[in-house]
Design a binder for this molecule. Structure first.
Ligand SMILES: Nc1nc2c(c(=O)[nH]1)N[C@H]1C(S)=C(S)[C@@H](COP(=O)(O)OP(=O)(O)OC[C@H]3O[C@@H](n4cnc5c(=O)[nH]c(N)nc54)[C@H](O)[C@@H]3O)O[C@H]1N2
Ligand SMILES: Nc1nc2c(c(=O)[nH]1)N[C@H]1C(S)=C(S)[C@@H](COP(=O)(O)OP(=O)(O)OC[C@H]3O[C@@H](n4cnc5c(=O)[nH]c(N)nc54)[C@H](O)[C@@H]3O)O[C@H]1N2
Ligand SMILES: [Mo]
Length: 767
């Protein structure tokens, strides 16, 4: 009988509870929630030691998000947030996935569990091997594991038949070694989580401003007059950003929020560091909330730009910064001409907003000098995502609001070192100068052909063009789109290897043979033969700093990520002259090589030891746009979305709850949205529910529609919510099955996880 391995099992519905939506974020609830996770997962005593060291200058970098740490004072026991505390609790959990665990549970049995249950199984303690045709993972030695991988890689017809994925927690040191190993092996197949995350930002910003990263520093919030937060939910995903917003508001700054949902965190805030403020009303953050329709942002920005243009015409020099435009930019005429080809009447319905509210936003933009625009996944995961970000750049350029204090671009990164990994060369499209430098430093011939990104890697596996998958962290199966398709693709591989801390679904949906290589987490001590090591990371604003764990590792079998890469390299590369063992024994030697190959890392070993670290060069911050093709900051012409929904269809965005870190599910509550004990829900507009005969908590199935294809996700419950008409929201990763593999952003190839066209059927309908 054929065994059925489940890519995303529809679980029976639990005891869902809908509560009132809180009026304010953080505050005392955040502290009690954090402490209860810590107590349950780690125990209180060890938990306090752990919390004490998060984001301190001699401690470890919070694995939660990439938001920067303050330069000066760092509160004892306090430079973390509720969700950072949950992230470290997950890593430091008492639960262990040992060889006995695997002997007791078959892979098929584990695949029936939800992501929540899988994650709660705990930290993996030993290297494990699943031989072909077997039901249970078996313990294996590190040497034997490396040797299986080395042999398999060397048997491939071409190095391009292997895929080397990276998630964004990997340190600079491990990432640098990993890409070096992969390139010495002979391929640029280095897809990463960025391909699903801020790739659209990177593409748009490189083209327009000459650097794929944001331009601001944390201190710029102290000098900003206006911050626009678009498509981002910092209350949950970057809670420490609320502190920066709160401070700028106290100095008289204004905030515009653009989001289909009134996210509680952005509306009102209670400072967790200040117990006096835990009772009472909290601080209002947002001055103007624009409840845009899903993917209506380009249309909204275009209307704003048009209004700015007519104001400037009416009253010259009152809106545009002509000196900046003249000296620093290119392409304004073509941009303004293109803008004229759109009418406000045609754009307005796509936004779902009133013209009056957009006029208010425009007035705030016109009347304020120093503007920062922040954004995250609400802008980057649509078909026209690159347009979204280029349109933001147009707005900032007209105002000259970039390359000066208190102004600029702020793509808020996700994983704590996702930006650093790119700086280290984790990229499927490396620049020639970077490869030249690698060749010089390490005496090998680097591959020049660009490699697969996430989506093309999945397609290559499906077409059997790629046969070995190696994942440096992450949870490829659950994080990628089109779960069933991706599962089939992975199952065709001859070997899949996951370098992981915790059990996840990518260990259970695997190639013909599979390996799990367990590694140290951020919070753990890393001792190598030359002594205790630290690693380094780059935050969302280009600050590179060290991170050092203090806890005793979960098992004496765990290796560090650099040691694992060195093991892979030694077992695979026959003619390498690189000193893999030396570098794995002493990370200073890795940093010396980084310094020799990547600009901006002069005196790396010295500067990374300075508490707080150092800042990488950033041309846009310095008001220098010479790295672009035109040598200037480029205006661009962008397209609004062109989606036509049929009467019974809806747009669906897949978002995070307050109780998860991507595919790691901390708990079943979404406190800020008033949903407890359930994840398989769909948020709908009340009027839409009425029109379609749906009641609160009705059970429904979801079908997505793309190019005549249908995909199904079964067993959801309807939750009425304040969301624009024909817009819905569900949670990632439960609805990744609905995101079509071929539905991706133009240019950046990012899966369109925030625009999925769906229809909704009451559960009685048989599929
Ligand atoms: N606790 C916690 N922290 C995290 C993560 C986590 O899972 N948990 N994940 C990390 C990672 S990798 C990332 S990338 C970030 C993600 O951080 P976010 O981008 O904040 O995460 P999402 O939940 O995807 O939220 C997207 C937001 O965009 C809005 N949105 C959706 N579509 C649109 C649209 O078309 N237009 C506009 N204007 N808004 C839209 C949604 O309503 C939602 O508020 O967070 C990082 N930090
Ligand atoms: N539908 C939909 N899909 C999405 C998104 C969305 O908004 N909607 N968001 C996308 C985004 S923004 C991102 S960034 C991706 C995330 O994609 P990934 O980065 O692939 O996924 P994560 O869930 O963050 O990975 C969690 C796993 O990482 C491993 N891990 C944790 N810490 C470490 C460590 O220190 N070292 C190693 N080696 N492993 C570790 C653990 O085993 C854990 O199970 O998902 C994307 N997918
Ligand atoms: Mo992300």
């Amino acid at each position: 009988m054929e065994k059925k391995i489940h890519a995303q099992p529809p679980k029976t519905l639990t005891g869902i509870q809908l509560t009132e939506i809180p009026t304010s974020a953080v505050g005392v609830k955040a502290i009690t929630s954090a402490m209860s996770h810590i107590k349950k997962e780690v125990g209180l005593v060890k938990g306090i030691v752990l919390l004490k060291n998060i984001n301190q200058k001699d401690g470890f970098d919070c694995p939660g998000c990439a938001w920067p740490d303050p330069d000066a004072k760092r509160a004892f026991l306090a430079e973390y947030c509720e969700n950072g505390a949950k992230a470290v609790a997950e890593e430091a959990t008492k639960n262990r996935v040992s060889p006995l665990f695997f002997a007791t549970h078959s892979v098929q049995e584990l695949s029936l569990l939800s992501d929540y249950e899988i994650g709660k199984s705990g930290r993996i303690t030993h290297p494990m091997y699943l031989p072909e045709g077997k039901d249970h993972y078996e313990e294996i030695s590190w040497d034997a594991a490396f040797s299986i991988i080395g042999k398999e890689l060397n048997q491939l017809a071409s190095p391009d038949e292997a895929i080397f994925y990276t998630s964004g927690r990997t340190s600079n040191e491990a990432a640098f070694l990993y890409q070096l190993f992969v390139r010495e092996f002979g391929t640029n197949n280095l897809p990463d989580c960025s391909n699903m995350c801020h790739e659209s930002s990177g593409v748009a910003l490189s083209e327009t401003l000459g650097i794929g990263k944001g331009s601001i520093t944390l201190d710029d919030f102290n000098h900003a007059d206006l911050v626009i937060v678009m498509g981002q939910n910092p209350g949950t995903n970057h809670p420490r950003m609320l502190t920066a917003l709160s401070e700028m508001k106290k100095k008289g700054g204004k905030i515009i929020t653009v989001n289909p949902l009134p996210e509680v965190g952005l509306l009102n805030y209670k400072d967790p560091q200040n117990p006096l403020k835990w009772v009472g009303k909290g601080q209002d953050l947002t001055d103007l909330f624009l409840q845009v329709k899903i993917n209506g942002d380009v249309a909204l920005l275009k209307i704003i730009l048009k209004l700015m243009k007519s104001k400037e015409k009416e009253n010259p020099n009152s809106v545009f910064n002509h000196q900046f435009i003249e000296e620093k930019t290119a392409g304004i005429d073509a941009f303004l001409e293109d803008l004229d080809s759109y009418s406000i009447e045609e754009l307005l319905p796509q936004t779902g907003l009133t013209l009056a509210s957009i006029e208010k936003a425009t007035a705030l933009i016109i009347n304020n000098e120093n503007i920062i625009v922040c954004w995250a996944m609400g802008l980057t995961q649509h078909k026209n995502s690159v347009d979204n970000i280029r349109e933001i750049v147009n707005l900032l350029l007209l105002k000259g609001s970039i390359g000066k204090k208190g102004a600029g671009t702020c793509p808020v990164r996700g994983h704590s070192n996702v930006q650093g990994d790119r700086t280290m060369g984790i990229w499927e499209k490396p620049k020639a100068v970077f490869l030249d430098r690698l060749e010089e430093e390490f005496s090998f011939k680097a591959p020049r052909k660009h490699g697969y990104d996430v989506v093309s890697a999945i397609e290559a596996m499906k077409e059997k063009k790629a046969k070995v998958f190696i994942g440096m962290g992450g949870n490829f199966i659950s994080a990628t789109p089109d779960t069933q398709f991706t599962a089939k693709a992975m199952q065709q591989c001859s070997l899949s290897v996951q370098i992981s801390t915790k059990l996840n679904r990518s260990h259970l949906i695997h190639g013909k043979r599979a390996l799990i290589l367990p590694c140290l987490g951020r919070s753990e001590k890393d001792i190598q033969s030359s002594g205790e090591q630290f690693i380094s990371v780059e935050n969302s604003m280009g600050v590179v700093h060290q991170s050092k764990g203090h806890l005793i590792p979960h098992s004496n079998q765990l290796l560090s990520e650099p040691a694992i890469v060195a093991g892979l390299a030694k077992a695979t590369l026959q003619n390498t002259t690189t000193d893999w063992s030396g570098m794995a024994a002493n990370y200073d030697l890795i940093r010396e090589k980084i310094e020799a190959t990547i600009p901006g890392f002069q005196k790396y070993n010295q500067r990374v030891r300075i508490p707080g670290g150092f800042t990488l060069p950033n041309n846009a911050r310095e008001n220098d746009f010479t790295p672009t093709a035109s040598g200037k900051a480029n205006f661009s012409s962008n397209k609004p979305s062109k989606i036509t929904l049929k009467n019974h269809q809806f747009l669906m965005m897949t978002i995070r709850t307050h109780d998860q870190y991507n595919t790691t599910i901390y708990g079943l509550n979404d406190r800020y949205r008033g949903v407890l004990n359930e994840r398989r829900i769909i948020f709908m507009n009340h009027e839409d529910m009425k029109q379609h005969g749906l009641q609160k908590l009705d059970k429904v199935n979801l079908t997505s529609h793309f190019n005549g294809e249908q995909r199904h996700a079964l067993g959801f419950m309807v939750v009425p919510y304040n969301i624009p008409r024909q817009c819905t929201a569900t949670y990632f990763p439960e609805t990744n099955v609905l995101v079509p593999i071929k539905s991706k952003a133009d240019i950046s190839n990012t899966p369109t996880s925030k625009t999925v066209i769906i229809s909704i059927q009451k559960e009685t309908v048989n599929l």
